[in-house]
Design a protein around this ligand. Structure first.
Ligand SMILES: [Zn+2]
Ligand SMILES: [Zn+2]
Length: 225
């Protein structure tokens, strides 16, 4: 009957799921609960997972040889959920992501010298047309005052001349920009103690070494949930 069929199907699926798990070397241990690990297969290929999954959700990406790629923790607090951040490498180079990524999507970018970059506040849309295309201009505050650039950047590199605006228009735009800045306050990047980190701080001085990492956890402390 249909019940037997679905039972057979369920059993087949279970076999399939089991086949997707492979043992990992004994010396690789879960960083959260110290259990042994297994290889599982996800969208992005093989990864290490705690044998206690789903009770323990520890997972680590692996290199071609199946060795765990341990994350580099940094003394930076995620501005979105105050979780610790780790150094990751993406298509455009290194950046900081929350340990709760991908649930927490906030990233902190580094400049070409590997220094902390503060996220810029979104630009203000204006009704001023771009002289080079059909789009309108964005208004941003730069180091030398407000400036206008095409909203189609980088496709269009058109700029507007702030100084050429009528006095009334300048005043109107200034007021709008101030209101926009109040509504979108500049995010301050803080360390794990909550102290502000200055923009331009090299990431090298914010690295947490394994040793420091170990010291921060008392030996008698219960394992992390
Ligand atoms: Zn675990
Ligand atoms: Zn344009």
């Amino acid at each position: 009957g249909p019940f037997k069929e679905s039972l057979a199907k369920a059993e087949e699926e279970l076999q399939h799921a089991k086949a997707e798990i492979q043992p990992a070397p004994e010396q690789y241990r879960c960083q959260k609960c110290n259990s042994t690990l297994v290889y599982r297969f996800g969208k992005n290929g093989r990864f290490l997972s705690c044998t206690d999954y789903p009770d323990c959700k520890f997972a680590a990406t692996v290199d071609r040889e199946g060795r765990p790629m341990l994350v580099q923790r940094v003394d930076v607090q995620c501005p979105e959920d105050e979780s610790p951040m780790v150094l990751r490498t993406g298509r455009f180079g290194p950046f900081l992501a929350s340990v709760n990524y991908p649930e927490t999507k906030m990233v902190v970018n580094l400049d070409k010298k590997g220094q902390i970059k503060y996220p810029s506040i979104p630009p203000l849309e204006t009704d001023i047309p771009c002289a080079k295309c059909e789009r309108t201009l964005y208004l941003r505050r730069g180091k030398r005052g407000p400036w206008l650039g095409c909203s189609g950047f980088p496709k269009c590199r058109g700029r507007g001349k702030w100084a050429d605006l009528e006095d009334d228009k300048q005043k109107e735009m200034e007021t709008a920009l101030a209101a926009h800045e109040t509504a979108n306050p500049q995010v301050v990047i803080k360390d794990l103690k909550g102290e502000p980190i200055e923009e331009g701080t090299p990431i090298d001085v914010l690295m947490i070494t394994e040793e420091e990492d170990q010291l921060s956890i008392h030996p008698d402390a219960p394992p992390e949930a």
